[in-house]
Design a protein around this ligand. Structure first.
Ligand SMILES: *Cc1c(COP(=O)(O)O)cnc(C)c1O
Length: 382
């Protein structure tokens, strides 16, 4: 079997002959203690001390002034886009190589995704493709960017940091500034990833992280919006909490709000997880470096973090030579109990988004025929 060596190697790394998932959570800290504290406090729902602690600790970790806890990453993206001013009929720039939640959140605003290509190296949004779209397909009218062909307002740009590898966010941020477009980073996969010393999610108007069960750390389900802008933070908090005007007893709501607060019980879990994040990141880096060495020796491309960046190596990724090899690799590994997955189907190929404006996306097509994710859970050395 062509990929037998790899299967043996993964089993030796994870020290098991059992099924090896792509990414499973680890609960080795204060999870049970904090969950019991939350239950004993009776504050299990949408307010509580753990929610406040979580917001403070996340903001501290990524280095922003504010963090707003939300029920999941998709809702966090939705609210971040609403706060960024995305309205029905607008266009929002993103990439075809992303998880469907990015495009769903854009759609919840009544807006349409516009797809620009990704970079083959970072796998994230390609600044050159973005620049080509902005210079050739849009024009400024009274300081507002419009798509010349569709006549729609281009309000926001949502680059995604794929599998934790930072995209070229500085160049993207400069372009967004030049064209007066809001920048919302989908950093759902990138907690712990940095460009030089600066965390992903902190380069634009706001950034979003997910704490779903398959991410680096989990709240069971959860998300957060991070920002340095006070107005953004206040409005996000207001909209996620039914847009209720603070009052001792009165129910006054000043706009159509959402109920997408993170429950305190979930915040308790993720507070315990956050305490272990640095250790998890060390373990994930160690596994990635071992994989890199292994694949170097058998001449398969392992996706290393782009130069000048630090990846959290959320999901380790290899690039096979063609589609045929990709399918063969997936078949052999999954049959032998080593879970591997191809990258997502490109968004412009999904029926809901097939009519959306799309730049040439040769790199996205190239990568989608070749990328495969391999087991990446944190390994606890006893
Ligand atoms: C996980 C993920 C999300 C959504 O997060 P949920 O918490 O599952 O809603 C959004 N975007 C990307 C790129 C993701 O990987």
């Amino acid at each position: 079997m062509k990929y037998g060596h790899f299967i043996d190697y993964v089993k030796s790394q994870f020290q098991t002959e059992k099924f090896i998932p792509l990414h499973e959570p680890r609960f080795n800290g204060n999870e049970k203690k904090y969950l019991c504290e939350a239950i004993d406090s009776t504050f299990v729902s949408s307010v509580g001390a753990f929610v406040d602690r979580f917001e403070q600790n996340v903001a501290g970790f990524v280095g922003t002034k504010y963090a707003v806890a939300v029920v999941n990453g998709t809702a966090a993206l939705h609210i971040a886009l609403v706060v960024a001013g995305v309205e029905s009929g607008d266009e929002v720039i993103t990439q075809p190589l992303t998880f469907v939640a990015t495009c769903n959140a854009i759609s919840y605003c009544g807006a349409q995704p516009v797809f620009v290509d990704v970079d083959q190296h970072t796998m994230g949004m390609c600044p050159l493709s973005l620049e080509t779209f902005l210079r050739e397909e849009t024009e400024m009218r009274d300081g507002v960017c419009f798509n010349k062909r569709s006549n729609r307002k281009v309000t926001a740009c949502v680059p995604m940091h794929v599998f934790g590898h930072p995209c070229d966010i500085r160049r993207i941020a400069a372009l967004c500034k030049e064209f007066s477009i809001s920048l919302v980073e989908d950093a759902a996969e990138g907690l712990g990833s940095r460009v030089e010393k600066k965390s992903v999610g902190t380069f634009g108007d706001s950034g979003v992280f997910s704490f779903n069960g398959n991410k680096v750390i989990t709240a069971g389900g959860g998300g957060v919006i991070v920002t340095n802008d006070e107005r953004t933070a206040k409005l996000a908090k207001h909209l996620t909490t039914t847009a209720k005007v603070p009052h001792a007893w009165d129910y006054e709501h000043d706009s159509i709000g959402f109920n997408c607060r993170m429950p305190n019980i979930n915040a308790a879990l993720v507070c315990a997880q956050l305490e272990q994040l640095n250790d998890f990141l060390v373990s994930k880096r160690k596994l990635a470096m071992a994989y890199n060495q292994f694949f170097c020796d058998i001449d398969i491309d392992f996706k290393l973090e782009p130069e000048g960046t630090t990846s959290n190596y959320w999901l380790n990724t290899i690039q096979l030579v063609d589609k045929e090899n990709q399918v063969e690799f997936l078949k052999q590994t999954n049959e032998m109990g080593v879970m591997t997955r191809p990258v997502w189907r490109l968004m412009n190929q999904l029926s809901m988004f097939s009519d959306c404006f799309c730049m040439p996306i040769n790199n996205a097509v190239f990568l989608s025929d070749r990328l495969v994710n391999i087991p990446s859970s944190v390994i606890i050395h006893k």
